[in-house]
Design a binder for this molecule. Structure first.
Ligand code: PLP
Length: 462
């Protein structure tokens, strides 16, 4: 048995998989301020038209351009690794595999879409990209991608992470980007947030408002906004993870996994690994597909499936998604990338249909799992990724109790070498679990009460 299963460069997938083509209960459209579905040209001030075409596409397979493959070859295909040392430590009969996305130059799965978005923007004649970042993984991925294709890049980084992770900012600057703390004084939205609460820790929702505002107010028309998760085209680009994994499992002689696991903040690394397996599940395979979030920011497990804005200043269209309300300011837990009020519409619709099962886990269990993983497999994972590992350990222990030789695959979405402050707090007993009080949830959800409601109809097959 090989510990690592590699693909040659010529085995890299040449098409992305679009789940929108196959969802049994169809994806519902984004709505404009008047409650009517928005048209592609309404998105044109925000994104280049070549990416908008992908956003609204219902084609099952979309070609990956040769120029994009040239960028992806810098670190792809990524290895699929059998976690034999973790299996041994747990004494489980389960076979555990992880897809190692931490080997990209920026340290996570985020460059899988960053280089694609940068390439399409460059093709469209754009000169500058703006974006937000939570943990700093996305900001550094876009800074890296912008450097490769020759674009300017400006990143609004959520204040709490900006303070906790100074080295992420330095990475972005090394790749030539500008990174500032959000809320900032550089946008109207930022000024309004600061006026309301000068000590706000910020949120992804606020940072998105600032980045979108800067893009759409550039009178030269040469700036666009880039989002690292949530949107359909981002999910699409990430499916290269799961498509490679399918080929690698086949090489390892495995017909299908029993359980597929990834953490979910806006849904992109989860969608990336899981959607090709969701397709298999729709075709009749028996696979448990688990999306894991923090109990302190329980978007999928306790949020409503509703139409909501993607940002605090209500600049985005209304998206049909699980949401805690666009006003939600998440508690400052260390998994900065999982502190978002919403979820990708494609992931949300798959949850509504019963194809995907959401789970929530508290941060102490996640850090404990990350410690076990570091001491067995050796990799110090990102705090976000620790949620997938905690869930994997739960499933491996379940397999042990049931005496079943299950195949479990999880996404190792990123390393944690820039996130050691969280490990420091855990090692010194300075971390606590935090259950979002029901009253706080009701308060933050109230902002959605007057918005249109999406259909929750499903086929009932899963
Ligand atoms: C390493 C890592 N994993 C997971 C996530 C969560 O994002 P998403 O749900 O879009 O994969 C992030 C977000 O910053 C991240 O940095």
């Amino acid at each position: 048995m090989s510990y690592k299963i590699f693909l040659d460069e010529d085995e890299i997938p040449r098409k992305w998989y679009n789940l929108a083509a196959d969802l049994p209960s169809p994806l519902q459209p984004p709505l404009g301020p008047d409650g009517n579905p928005i048209s592609p040209d309404m998105l044109a001030p925000v994104f280049p038209m070549n990416l908008i075409e992908q956003e609204v596409s219902s084609e099952r397979w979309i070609d990956i351009p040769e120029g994009v493959l040239e960028l992806l070859y810098r670190w792809r295909p990524s290895p699929l690794v059998r976690a034999v040392h973790l299996e041994k430590a747990l004494g489980t009969p389960a076979k555990i595999f992880f897809k190692n996305e931490s080997l990209s130059p920026a340290g996570s799965h985020k460059p899988n879409t960053a280089v694609v978005q940068a390439w399409y923007n460059k093709e469209f004649g754009i000169k500058k990209l703006t974006t937000e970042t939570g943990a700093g993984q996305w900001g550094s991925a876009l800074a890296f991608a912008s450097a490769l294709v020759g674009l300017e890049c400006k990143v609004y980084m959520v204040r709490i992470s900006f303070d906790q992770k100074p080295f992420r900012k330095l990475m972005m600057e090394t790749w030539g980007a500008t990174c500032i703390a959000s809320p900032s004084n550089q946008t109207q939205a930022g000024k309004a947030f600061l006026e309301k609460d000068p000590n706000t820790p910020g949120s992804l929702g606020m940072a998105i408002s600032e980045a979108v505002e800067e893009a759409v107010t550039d009178s030269s028309g040469q700036t666009r906004y880039s989002l690292g998760s949530v949107l359909n085209h981002v999910m699409l680009h990430q499916t290269i993870i799961g498509l490679e994994t399918q080929k690698q499992l086949k090489k390892a002689g495995i017909k299908k996994p029993d359980v597929v696991i990834a953490c979910a903040g806006g849904g992109s690394n989860f969608a990336g690994l899981a959607f090709p397996f969701v397709s298999d599940k729709i075709s009749g395979q028996d696979i448990d597909i688990l999306a894991v979030e923090p109990s302190s920011c329980p978007t999928m497990t306790r949020g409503e499936f509703a139409y909501d804005f993607g940002d605090v200043a209500k600049m985005t269209p209304l998206l049909p998604m699980h949401s805690l309300g666009h006003d939600f300011v998440p508690p400052p837990i260390h998994a900065g990338g999982l502190r978002y009020h919403g979820m990708a519409p494609l992931v949300s619709q798959a949850i509504v249909e019963g194809l995907v099962t959401p789970k929530s886990i508290h941060q102490l269990e996640c850090y404990q799992a990350a410690m076990t993983f570091a001491k067995t497999e050796g990799i110090i994972v990102a705090p976000e990724t620790s949620h997938a590992i905690a869930c994997t350990i739960q499933e491996a222990n379940k397999a042990k109790e049931e005496g079943k030789e299950k195949v479990i695959v999880f996404n190792l979405s990123g390393h944690g070498l820039m996130d050691l402050r969280g490990y420091d707090d855990f090692l010194n007993n300075n971390l606590k679990d935090y259950e979002l009080p029901q009253a706080d949830l009701e308060k933050s959800s109230a902002c959605m009460s007057d918005l249109p409601k999406p259909s929750t109809a499903k086929t009932g097959k899963w």
